[in-house]
Design a protein around this ligand. Structure first.
Ligand code: SAM
Length: 156
């Protein structure tokens, strides 16, 4: 994905880097954004603190991460049946060839193993942990995920 981005979305003022979240030690970013990454590191709160440390005074942190109120790890059938249910709509959206590829992908062992190793917060847990690290944050519910927006009020 990064190779594609470098090829198709190259800009003189844009640098793509691949790094572990905890190895990034620059600071002073106007915007720190993360999408469906934060459930991966073993210490959830440490991930939030790390991202918070990267924003400049007056900057914004915008974070999206998966949530699930029923169980930390949705069972296999949620993905496999979900893909089957969504198949007709996917055919209409991307055509039969790509929809078939997607359907097989959703049923593939490596992808299911990956999904079944995920641990999601419930909405309540999400709000609690984010509120402690980002007091006064605003939230949106995206269905599969919660989104949080927080402005660093130190000035700037
Ligand atoms: C569900 S994918 C989301 C990818 C992308 N943000 C998106 O929305 O399409 C989760 C991503 O988190 C990355 N990831 C997991 N642990 C990480 C860490 N400690 N530092 C940086 N990235 C991490 C994985 O490499 C993977 O690309």
């Amino acid at each position: 994905m990064i190779a594609i981005a470098r090829e198709r979305r190259s800009r003189p003022n844009l640098e793509y880097r691949v790094a572990d979240l905890f190895e990034v030690d620059d600071e002073g970013f106007d915007l720190v954004y993360s999408h469906t990454v934060l459930h991966h590191p073993p210490d959830y709160r440490a991930g939030l603190e790390q991202l918070k440390s990267l924003v400049r005074p007056g900057g914004t942190v915008a974070l999206i991460d998966n949530v699930c109120d029923f169980y930390p790890t949705p069972p296999r059938r949620v993905y496999t049946w979900g893909a089957i249910r969504g198949f007709p709509a996917e055919i209409r959206r991307v055509g039969l060839r790509h929809a078939w590829f997607e359907l097989r992908f959703w049923h593939s062992k490596p992808w299911l193993e990956h999904l079944l190793s995920d641990r999601y917060l419930s909405r309540a847990q999400f709000r609690e942990i984010y509120d402690t690290v980002f007091p006064g944050a605003e939230y949106d519910d995206l269905g599969f995920a919660l989104a949080m927006r927080w402005k660093d009020e130190r000035g700037g």
